[in-house]
Design a protein around this ligand. Sequence first.
Ligand code: ZN
Length: 165
Amino acid sequence: MDTIQNNTVASVHYTGTLPDTGEVFDSSEGRDPLVFLVGHRQMIPGFEEEMLGAKVGERRTFTLEPERAYGQREEANVTTFPRAHFAAVEAEVPLEVGMTLVADMMDGPRPFSVVAVEEDTITADFNHQLAGKSLTFSVEVVELRAAEEGEIAHGHVHGKGGVTH
Ligand code: ZN
């Protein structure tokens, strides 16, 4: 397994910046490398596409349009809730614009950011915080190995940097 391809377990160091401002939105600097199974939708699509064929030690820098990153923002993902639903939260911390909360939805917990707090309602934005943004990544390949059968069947990495079960 010399290069990144489907069913490779890849360990990478990465830094993600917003090309407009240079602001770093995420980085593995000072942490363990990111470990992921290639070809199983663990990563945003463009990230894997741009890294296919990369060798250990190789560094690639690329910019993804929103379509190949977290998608476009959708106004349908902005919803208003009765503020009373958040009484338990509000008993602990004041509700503020910009904070991230988790809603228990029928399909499971979904994070959102608070975009408005009114007397009787709060407005929640379920769009990913990086939706609608172009993202630049600088990625260095640290380690590659072939995935094991169990990992391919589960669609995720087992052991170091992955799922332990
Ligand atoms: Zn598993």
